[in-house]
Design a protein around this ligand. Structure first.
Ligand SMILES: [Fe+2]
Length: 280
């Protein structure tokens, strides 16, 4: 069950956290769609005291920290669970919402997945490869690319791609993104040892492994249009909505990592901190 705590951060706190993510350093992972930063608890120099203040309110009995991810993102994550809990525990996700243009929501389903994956599990009925991607196009909007490798080959051969501003920087961006999307997705090497970036595992197609899955239930087209237009409707059949949390930037949210959730599509850009921990 998702919960929220209001009035955790003030404007100065939010500015400090946004400034931290804006500075690129060895814990940063910069990509065309998402830039993230992965400070280590009690190791790196970062505004930990602000986050700790919020977590102490949320978990008065204490917590065990696992991962921290700052994100500036232009995309919305499709239905998924968060990364695996420590054995014998139910892990929590905590999200500090820092900024959204123009607005953002997180949508929770009545469905849970108890399988274990370090990176959590994404659910889709579509064919998926890591080389499907959205790159910034000429007009600033993200443009879907079915296979980055084919695009890269076409660029090298001098083909025209009028939807993109093609120059040497763009070709390098495509090559670098292919390299990052090619990182191994095996459980034991899923975290980039240098930046701390967590590579998502392969997608899950079998919805029968979800609790409360209703194979005959068709997801409402109206709700799909309103909240989840960028998720294929077919991927939502059999799932039902628990609640939709609208982001407010001085609030933090927490939920069980096993609960399936996703982003709505309203934002053009949003910034947040996502934390995985276990409560005492
Ligand atoms: Fe998540």
């Amino acid at each position: 069950m998702a919960e929220l705590i209001e009035n955790i951060l003030d404007e100065t706190d939010i500015q400090t956290l946004l400034e931290y993510i804006a500075v690129e350093d060895e814990r940063s992972d910069i990509r065309p769609d998402v830039s993230s930063k992965h400070p280590r608890w009690d190791v790196d120099d970062w505004p930990q005291h602000i986050v700790e203040k919020g977590l102490n309110k949320l978990y008065p009995n204490g917590f065990v920290m696992e991962e921290i991810t700052f994100q500036d993102t232009r995309i919305g994550l499709k239905p998924h669970t968060d990364n695996g809990s420590l054995p014998g525990t139910v892990g929590q996700t905590v999200m500090f919402c820092l900024h959204a243009e123009p607005s953002a929501e997180t949508l929770f389903f009545n469905n849970y997945w108890q399988g274990w994956r370090h990176s959590g599990a994404f659910f889709t009925r579509q064919h998926w490869t890591p080389f499907q991607y959205k790159l910034p196009g000429k007009d600033g909007e993200l443009v879907y690319v079915e296979d980055l490798r084919i695009l890269h080959q076409g660029l090298l051969e001098g083909h025209e791609f009028p939807e993109f501003d093609v120059d040497s920087d763009f070709i390098k961006l495509v090559a670098d993104t292919i390299k990052k999307r090619s990182l191994p997705r095996d459980e034991d090497i899923i975290t980039d040892k240098e930046t701390g970036f967590i590579q998502a595992g392969p997608r899950v197609n079998d919805y029968r492994t979800l609790s409360n899955y209703q194979p005959e239930a068709m997801f409402s087209e109206e709700l799909h249009q309103k909240w989840l237009k960028d998720v294929p409707l077919e991927d939502l059949h059999g799932l039902t909505i628990d609640k939709i949390l609208e982001w407010k930037k001085n609030e933090i949210y927490s939920w069980d990592r096993e609960q399936v959730h996703c982003s709505t599509y309203q934002h053009s850009m949003k910034s947040m901190i996502t934390i995985w921990l276990n409560k005492n």
